[in-house]
Design a protein around this ligand. Sequence first.
Ligand code: ATP
Ligand code: MG
Length: 138
Amino acid sequence: MSNITFTMIKPDAVKNNNIGPILAKINDAGFTIRAMKYTELSEAQAMAFYEVHKERPFYGELVEFMTSGPIVAAILEKENAVEDFRKLIGATNPTEAAEGTIRKIFAESIQNNAVHGSDSDENAIIEADFHFSKTERF
Ligand code: ATP
Ligand code: MG
């Protein structure tokens, strides 16, 4: 089991000035930030990142949304990081997310849902490597 997960604060949450409040919730939940970047995804990066969804009807709009403005990408560390972070962010659709979760509080819609969280240890490592070199991790 890996102790890292990868997250992005998505363009909706950045636009709504929620970077600070979301990072506070992440730290309060016991996650340590190992790497962090304020950046923008290119169309090619967003398409590759969400390639598993390329056949889904929302893929085009998802790529458009994820490239609509800057994001914050980060590697987070904690015991049981992937599972605990998915619990902290809540369900994909904010109307189904539990009270107190990041998506319940900050998401605008099923698409504009404030944050990404890796869904497995394997993907956490792939996603972390996608965004950060060794010298960008502390
Ligand atoms: P993420 O991978 O971003 O952490 P997730 O794992 O909860 O989210 P996925 O099923 O992987 O959900 O979907 C990836 C992203 O695609 C969602 O976070 C959301 O932004 C968008 N999405 C998912 N389902 C829909 C839908 N039915 N309509 C519009 N957008 C959707
Ligand atoms: Mg996912």
